[in-house]
Design a protein around this ligand. Structure first.
Ligand code: SF4
Length: 209
């Protein structure tokens, strides 16, 4: 109910035009009284002006140039992205004021689409997650170049957070722990990722290291 109240307020419906309560099926007279009282309350308020001002705001927003927005996750647990998705219905309001040009977690965008954009084409990029791989690093540089403002969004992007703890170890010990030594690993076949070079996967001349 608090969420519904917030949503109604956002759409210009004043608080006293909304009422909720619990009434059982055995309380018909109470239900009827409540309906009468609430109808009178709303009638006394007169026509709602809030919805008209909301419509005016929507038209105003629609006629303005939309903000060009990008969202990206690097080495991330996904929590920052979930925080964005948790906007739920409010994402529709975001859509009214912003054009989302890049958001891989939610839609099918390609890196080459961003690479083809002019520099500083994106107004704001929300960049979450730490930098752990060369891909993360490439995207951080790319999004910085393509955006007027790049926001380090979330603790991982600001100061490394949990992925940054990997900096306390070298690459081999992380590899051994993740694929062989961690108590939660069940890997009797000793299956580990292989690096393929010279021609790549599927090429008869490729070599597994
Ligand atoms: S800051 Fe990092 S750990 Fe926290 S929710 Fe975002 S991605 Fe996950």
């Amino acid at each position: 109910m608090p969420l519904l109240e917030a949503l109604l307020a956002q759409f210009g419906i004043e608080k006293n035009r909304f009422h909720w309560g619990w009434i059982s099926g055995a309380e018909a007279p109470r239900w009827a009284q409540l309906a009468r009282d609430f109808t009178e309350q709303v009638r006394a308020l007169g026509p709602s002006t809030g919805t008209a001002s909301w419509q005016a705001r929507r038209i105003d927003m629609a006629t303005q140039a939309k903000l060009k927005l990008a969202l990206y996750w690097a080495a991330s647990c996904g929590g920052c992205e979930i925080a964005m998705v948790e906007l739920r219905e409010k994402l529709l309001v975001v859509d009214e004021v912003a054009e989302i040009l890049f958001w891989p977690v939610a839609m099918d965008y390609k890196y080459k689409d961003v690479e083809a954009m002019p520099d500083r084409h994106i107004d704001v990029c929300l960049f979450n997650g730490a930098i752990r791989t060369s891909e993360n690093e490439h995207l951080a540089h790319l999004m910085r170049r393509k955006s007027k403002v790049l926001v380090a969004f979330g603790s991982c992007a600001c100061e490394g957070c949990i992925p940054g703890l990997a900096n306390l170890y070298d690459r081999n010990s992380i590899f051994e722990y993740v694929y062989r030594e961690s108590p939660s690993v069940d890997n009797p076949g000793n299956v580990v990722p292989k690096r393929v070079c010279r021609g790549g996967r599927g090429n008869p001349d490729s070599q597994v290291l």
